[in-house]
Design a protein around this ligand. Structure first.
Ligand code: SAM
Length: 208
C-alpha cells in the first residue's frame, strides 16, 4: 500500500455518483487528470461543510466533479455558479448535474470566465479558481470585490507540478502567471492566506 492509498483508506469513500462521473471522465475525456478526484473532492466537500456557503462561484467546470462536491451541502436556497468556456462539454456536464438531486442547485455558464464574472450580480461566500492558469491574477482581482468580507477563495494548482520553484521559460505563460499570482497573494494585506501541499497545491485565501 502506498501513502496515497493509506490517505484514501482513512478518508470518506468517494460517493458512488462521483465514482461514476470520474470513470466516465476517464473514458471520454482527453485530459481526465484535470478532474479534482477523490481526495481533493472530499476536501472541497469538507470545506463547504465547515464554511456553510450559500453562494459559491467556480471557475473551470470541466465535467462537473468539483462543482458537485461543493454543492453537496448547499442549503435549499443556496446556489453554485460554475463557468466553463468549452461548449463541447455542456451536454456531458448537464447530464452529470441531472444525475443527482443536489445538481439542481448548480447553474452552468458557458463562456469565458472573466466575461461571465462581470455579469454575475452576487456576493460570493466561496470561490474556487480552477480555470486558465494564465488568468489567475485577473480572476482574483475580478472576484475580490464580489467576495463577502470573511469569504474564502480556493485556488487550485498553485504548485504547478513543482515548476514554481524554477526559472520559467519565457514562453511558459502558465508557470510565469502562477508564480506571479503566488507572489501577489503572499504579499497582499487585504487577505489571510495559507498554501496547502494538497495534490498540485491548493491556496486558501480569506478576505479580511
Ligand atoms: C482543471 S479543469 C477544471 C476541473 C474541475 N474544476 C474539477 O475539479 O473537476 C479546467 C477547466 O477550465 C476550463 N477553462 C479554461 N480556461 C477557461 C476560461 N477562460 N473560462 C472558463 N473556463 C475555462 C477548461 O476548459 C477546463 O475544463
Amino acid at each position: 500500500m502506498t501513502l496515497d492509498d493509506y490517505i484514501l483508506a482513512c478518508t470518506d469513500k468517494e460517493p458512488e455518483y462521483l465514482a461514476r462521473i470520474n470513470r466516465a471522465t476517464h473514458l471520454r475525456m482527453i485530459n481526465p487528470r484535470m478532474l479534482s478526484g477523490h481526495l481533493q473532492g472530499r476536501v472541497l466537500a469538507m470545506f463547504c461543510n465547515m464554511i456553510q456557503p450559500k453562494c459559491i462561484l467556480e471557475l473551470g467546470t470541466f465535467t462537473g466533479y468539483s462543482a458537485l462536491c461543493m454543492a453537496e451541502s448547499l442549503p435549499d436556497n443556496g446556489v453554485l455558479h460554475t463557468i466553463e468556456c468549452d461548449d463541447e462539454l455542456e451536454d456531458f456536464i448537464l447530464a452529470n448535474f441531472k444525475s443527482v438531486e443536489h445538481g439542481s442547485k448548480i447553474k452552468l455558464h458557458i463562456g469565458e470566465a472573466l466575461k461571465v464574472i462581470e455579469t454575475l450580480d452576487c456576493t460570493f461566500d466561496l470561490v474556487f479558481i480552477d480555470a486558465d492558469k494564465r488568468e489567475y491574477t485577473a480572476y482574483y482581482e475580478a472576484i475580490l470585490p464580489k467576495l463577502k468580507t470573511g469569504g474564502f477563495i480556493l485556488a487550485d494548482n498553485t504548485l504547478w507540478d513543482g515548476k514554481v520553484l524554477k526559472t520559467a521559460d519565457e514562453n511558459d505563460r502558465q508557470t510565469i502567471e502562477i508564480q506571479h499570482f503566488n507572489s501577489l497573494i503572499a504579499t497582499d494585506d487585504r487577505i489571510e492566506k495559507v498554501m496547502l501541499p494538497l495534490r498540485d497545491g491548493l491556496t486558501i485565501i480569506r478576505k479580511k
